[in-house]
Ligand binder design. Structure first.
Ligand code: GDP
Ligand code: MG
Length: 347
């Protein structure tokens, strides 16, 4: 291993329309490329920086056009002594031979740039129904980069046992392909952010030894970034909730002031609630809602913190101060408002 700065590239590959660009957007936290439910929407391989370190390391995510017409592609390649060399040397017409033209871009990207291939499959279908699977893995095997299969389109989170059964089914179906080193669930829509670090750690043994130190630094930087985002999100939630806990809404009839809790119980029991209490509850809920929107976490800045100068040194508290909001716990009383008719003294 070496301590020198390193660049590591992950290539998103799949059959066209499996969700590569969507997953790239989830991982990058911004809208890149074009997403559409149609084949061949992405037409070129594009690199996006995922994370960098102060030492100059860079982790890059490539979004690619992926494969089209895979069965015919593998059949044509099988006829060649040097399938990948032959395929890349051909000039495919961009319009008449679009699936081959775009597959060529994906193949070139894997051969020239990828350290590890992230190969997506549409896990809403059974492995046996995925006719593209065997030919595409055959093409990837000819290139020879390590492959991690990501189960995409898994749908809403389900009981863990069901998800594990799905993973086991795909692992079994992929057992015959030694280039597949891992099978992990990572749905672009339903994924939990904790899964990202699981994925990055799973890639560590697949990265070339001379890039190992750089990769470890990048994984550490990713974890730090996510921890910071988590803290910001918690602070953004805590402040308005603390304000709401101390908020007051005065009722028009002071005799009812102390009966709000009883009224809510009545409501649960199906009895009509007092109109003024309803108004008060709506006002409190409205202010909590406005507070949550107002206190939202500062927009995420994808640049590494060390490269952001003074702005990068902002803490969550400063960010809230910039937005003119209170830190959690400091809002009690300061944002208290009395809406509605004032209470007369002595009542
Ligand atoms: N349900 C579901 N749909 C997805 C997911 N990922 C992508 N899609 C949909 O699949 C279609 C193709 O996605 P896209 O990212 O353009 O695929 P690409 O051709 O592989 O880049 C779009 O309609 C996406 O909304 C996913 O994780 N779950
Ligand atoms: Mg795409």
């Amino acid at each position: 291993m070496s301590g020198a700065a390193g660049a590591i590239a992950l290539s998103l590959i799949s059959h066209t329309n499996a969700g590569k660009t969507t997953l790239a957007r989830s991982l990058l936290g911004r809208d890149v490329g074009e997403v559409r439910d149609a084949p061949h929407v992405t037409t070129e391989a594009t690199p996006y920086p995922l994370i960098e370190t102060p030492q100059g390391d860079a982790l890059v995510l490539w979004d690619t056009p992926g494969f089209g017409d895979s069965v015919r592609l593998a059949r044509r390649l099988r006829q060649q002594g040097n399938p990948i060399g032959w395929f890349l040397s051909q000039v495919w017409d961009r319009f008449r031979n679009q699936p081959f033209y775009l597959s060529q871009q994906a193949v070139r990207n894997v051969r020239d740039d990828a350290d590890v291939v992230l190969y997506l499959v549409n896990a809403s279908e059974a492995p046996a129904d995925a006719g593209y699977l065997a030919p595409e893995l055959e093409v990837l095997a000819w290139i020879g980069r390590p492959v991690v299969v990501l189960l995409n389109q898994t749908g809403r989170p389900r009981p863990r046992a069901e998800e594990e059964a799905d993973e086991a089914r795909w692992r079994e179906a992929l057992r015959a392909h030694p280039l597949v080193r891992q099978v992990l669930a990572l749905d672009a829509f339903a994924r939990c952010w904790v899964q990202e670090i699981v994925l990055l750690r799973a890639l560590a043994p697949l990265v070339a030894t001379d890039k190992g130190d750089a990769y470890q630094r990048l994984v550490g930087a990713w974890q730090t970034r996510r921890d910071l985002q988590f803290d910001q999100a918690m602070a953004a939630l805590a402040a308005p909730i603390a304000s709401a806990a101390c908020d007051v809404e005065r009722l028009a009839n002071p005799r009812l002031r102390d009966t709000l809790r009883d009224a809510l119980r009545s409501l649960v029991a199906g009895q009509p609630e007092d109109e003024d209490q309803q108004r008060a509850a709506r006002a409190l809920a409205g202010r909590l809602d406005a507070g949550l929107r107002e206190h939202r976490a500062p927009d995420y800045d994808p640049r590494p913190r060390w490269s952001r100068g003074r702005r990068g040194a902002r803490t969550a508290r400063q960010a809230r101060a910039d937005a003119g909001t209170d830190a959690p716990g400091q809002g009690c009383g300061t944002r208290r408002r009395a809406v509605g008719r004032p209470v007369r003294p002595g009542r």
